[in-house]
Structures are given as C-alpha cells and as structure tokens.
Design a protein around this ligand. Structure first.
Ligand code: SAM
Length: 286
C-alpha cells in the first residue's frame, strides 16, 4: 500500500532533543551524506560542530558519521551512558541475522501462520527491532517513528540494509514514515481503494526500570533521548478505531494494560508482555 499526504498535522510532542545534540561531520564524506546532514541540521536547528565559532560541548550528544553510518555518541560528561554509540545496523548486528520463527512470542502475538504474511503497521518503530523481526518472516511492514533523530538513525540503518545483498529483501519490505500514523487517518487503503486489514503494533516507551544496570547502555541513551510516551493510550485507542485483524501492545510484564479493554490473549515471555486484541465484534462474541 502507499500513503497519500498527511490529512492533518499532529504536533510532535517530543522532548527538546535538538539543543542536546551536536553534529560532527568528518571531512571527505560522500556528497549525499553531506547534503542529508545539512538538511537535517537546518530542519531541526542542530548545532554543527564544524561551523565557524562552534565548538564541541562535553554535555551534548554527538551525531557523527563513522564507518559509513550515522552514530549517536553519548555526552562525554554524562555518567552511566558509556562511550558506545547508538546506531542501527541490520547488516552486521547478529541479533538481526535470524528470521523470526512462528513459535516465537512476537510471531504468536501477531497470529502469524504458515503461508500468511499480512501487512503490519508498526505505530512505534523506534530502532526498528520489531519491524525487522516481522519483516524477516515475509510480512510487509509500514512503520512510523515520530522522534526526528530516532527516525534519522533508523532510516540510515534501512538504507544500508537495502544496499546490502544479505539484507535487501527484508529491508525492501519495510516502508518507514516520519511522524504519527494518526496524521494519515482515512488513508489506510490499498492501491484499489480497498480498506486494508493490517495487524497493528504499539510498543510505547515505558519508564526505565530501577535496576538500570540490566539495561544496555545504548538503550539508556535511547531512553534518555526519547523519554516516556505519555500519549500511548490515545494512540492505541485510535488504532482500535481502525480496521484490522489484530492489535498487539508490547508492555513490560507488570505494566497496566493501555486501556480498560481486556486483551483476548496475553503472551508473556521474559521481560516482555504482549497484549493481543481482536476486532471488536469478534472479541465481543467470545
Ligand atoms: C519503545 S520504542 C519502540 C521500540 C521498537 N518496537 C523496536 O523494536 O525498536 C517506542 C518508540 O515509539 C515512538 N513513538 C511513540 N509514540 C509514537 C507515535 N504516536 N507515533 C510515532 N512514533 C511514536 C517513540 O518515539 C519511540 O521511538
């Protein structure tokens, strides 16, 4: 399916991130990288560390281009975030080397069966892990990410994955949009103007756990940057008004459900719980 222009502008209420990030573009990068960086700096008012009179700040994140990829380095002055960058690498990161199996919790939550690869709409793409896992099974995925920097990193990872023969087929199943899917209300139709019946996935940010030693440092960077998604219930309630075959909400095991409705199925696995909802008429009959 393809999306038409947004029908309404949804204000992007993400924390003030741009003032905390400096761009660091080494000399000699390809022209297209340089122009993408310039456009990003201009659009979001980032400080370009290499601009005249600018100087590196120890309390800022550094968005750098290294090893042919965009990487976000934590501030030198911030304890607990380590030194390693946050970036998206579908090509070399071993966690993306395996295809999601139908017996795994996410595939079960999505209700995937052999020979059935429905469209998935991932409303909260983040760093694209779930999107990638579902696309690895053969599902086309339409993914939305509203945080401009998270979208930038994920888009960069997808571009590299599309350019590599090992990951191209999966990456080509993924269409990423920056923004909130609610902007596109009324536009979820296929090329023949038929209403589509996708699987909807919502995985909002949840407050970081107390025992943060268990959280990997790159994920701490991600949490610090994005914060909590306080409008997650509204997003899920909106998704429930759309046509679909299943709605999956990913939560920590102890977290409350996103709305009053009881899920038709709950799958808990380790540190994750999937609340699965069926179309309203079907679940009402159950
Ligand atoms: C917990 S992360 C998702 C992680 C993702 N499932 C993965 O596998 O990498 C939540 C992400 O959803 C994004 N988000 C939250 N609400 C959103 C919305 N209404 N529209 C688009 N993106 C949203 C946040 O910016 C954040 O990057």
């Amino acid at each position: 399916m393809s999306l038409s222009a947004p029908s309404a502008e949804i204000p992007i209420t993400v924390a003030d991130w741009a003032s905390q990030v400096q761009l660091n573009l080494p000399a000699g990068v390809p022209v297209q990288v340089e122009s993408a960086a310039a456009a990003f700096v201009l659009q979001w008012g980032l400080c370009d560390q290499n601009a005249p009179n600018a100087r590196p700040r120890a309390d800022s994140y550094q968005l750098s281009y290294a090893m042919d990829a965009w990487q976000l380095f934590p501030p030198a002055q911030r304890d607990g975030l380590g030194k390693h960058p946050l970036w998206v690498d579908f090509v070399h990161n071993p966690r993306f080397a395996q295809t999601l199996l139908l017996r795994e919790p996410l595939a079960k939550a999505a209700g995937l069966r052999a020979n059935q690869r429905p469209l998935v709409i991932d409303l909260t793409a983040g760093l694209g892990r779930d999107t990638w896992a579902l696309a690895s099974t053969g599902c086309p995925v339409l993914a939305f990410e509203r945080h401009p920097l998270v979208h930038f990193l994920l888009n960069d990872g997808l571009l590299r994955a599309r350019a590599h023969p090992k990951t191209r087929a999966i990456a080509e199943r993924i269409t990423l949009h920056r923004g909130d899917a609610r902007q596109y209300e009324g536009a979820f139709i296929d090329q023949n103007n038929a209403i589509i019946n996708p699987i909807w996935l919502v995985d909002p940010m949840f407050p970081e756990r107390q025992k943060s030693a268990l959280v990997k440092k790159d994920m701490r960077i991600f949490h610090q940057l994005v914060g909590e998604d306080l409008d997650a219930s509204a997003l899920f309630n909106w998704a429930r008004t759309q046509s679909g075959t299943r709605w999956i909400v990913k939560r920590p095991p102890q977290a409350p459900a996103l709305n009053e409705e009881s899920p038709a199925l709950v799958i808990t696995s380790g540190r994750v719980r999937f609340d699965c909802y069926l179309p309203v008429a079907v679940s009402a009959r159950k």
